[in-house]
Design a protein around this ligand. Structure first.
Ligand code: MF3
Ligand code: CO
Length: 291
């Protein structure tokens, strides 16, 4: 926000308009929030129209892959098979799986079953059983742009208890989305998610959060789902981030798999559920770019 642009120079956003007719007032508004002590986004976090269009296309590929998986997933399928389907579909659609090789991660998807909270690594040994709940988390690079989303699947006959956890986790996303408006705060969003989870008797994982996404898989800001209203980063049009709270049936405490150093489990082995969307802040609310 701080580098000097003359009022008659071209705007930083690539619109080809003069700064004074484009983002000058917008930048001033942000500086005002900053002076009041709020956390405000850096310019890299605010996407240009061209970048938004690219990330939207990437999101369409991510959605298509998850749609494809939702038609195929079934009892007896191994998580390795799911991963192979994700990989081949991503390539077929002209994308690259963003997680493959990301900080050493070995697969094209994350598949987290029951008490696995997130980052379950697909394996030949993990076969879906009747009554399992599983999160399939996919991230795509398409023409250089990143998107990220995940869905839950109920395999065969799932208990009412687990089905409700899955349902409330999804509704938490809707509660969060209702708070995504420009010039409000990420803390408003996280608070709404947390309150809804608590009201339904579930806990929310504290250590793992959402993130900015688009030019990289994980960008600033880091996003909490146990935050307080009017705290955390200001939301402004052009910001793109994920909403991906993890709801636990029991304790919010989790632990990391010491062998693979990726997979997170609930401390009490109770089930966990998570849905994830990539969302854009617009001039009057939000647009979902991937789900
Ligand atoms: N889609 C995951 C997320 O929500 C990606 C995790 S990185 C991985 O952030 F390497 F574990 F896949
Ligand atoms: Co994510």
């Amino acid at each position: 926000m701080l580098n000097k642009i003359g009022r008659n120079d071209l705007c930083w956003c690539g619109s080809q308009k003069k700064y004074k007719f484009c983002h000058e007032d917008f930048d001033k508004k942000i500086i005002n929030f900053k002076m009041q002590g709020h956390i405000v986004p850096s310019r890299k976090i605010i996407k240009t129209k061209e970048q938004i269009d690219g990330i939207r296309e990437s999101g369409k590929v991510n959605i298509a892959i998850l749609d494809y998986i939702s038609n195929k997933i079934c009892v007896g399928m191994s998580t390795e098979e799911i991963d192979k389907l994700v990989h081949s579909k991503t390539i077929e659609l002209g994308g690259i799986p963003a997680t493959l090789g990301y900080e050493g991660y070995p697969k094209s998807s994350c598949t987290s079953i029951n008490s696995q909270v997130c980052h379950g690594i697909p394996s030949e040994l993990d076969k879906l059983k009747d009554g399992d709940i599983i999160n399939v988390d996919i991230s795509t690079i398409y023409k250089g742009y990143y998107s990220d989303s995940s869905r839950m699947f109920c395999i065969g006959e799932v208990s009412e208890e687990k089905k409700n956890l899955v349902k409330i986790a999804k509704e938490c996303i809707e509660k969060g989305l209702e708070q995504v408006k420009p010039w409000r705060f990420l803390g408003d969003m996280g608070y709404a998610v947390h309150q809804y989870a608590l009201k339904n008797g579930y806990s929310v994982v504290e250590e793992i959060g959402g993130h900015g996404v688009g030019l990289e898989l994980h960008e600033d800001p880091w996003i909490s789902y146990i935050s307080k209203p009017k705290t955390e980063m200001l939301m402004i049009p052009g910001m793109i981030f994920t909403i991906e709270p993890m709801l636990n049936m029991g304790t919010s405490e989790v632990f990391l798999d010491q062998e693979n150093e990726w997979t997170i489990y609930t401390a009490d082995s109770m089930p966990s559920a998570q849905w994830e969307v990539t969302v854009l802040v617009t001039d009057d609310g939000y647009e979902i770019l991937a789900y």
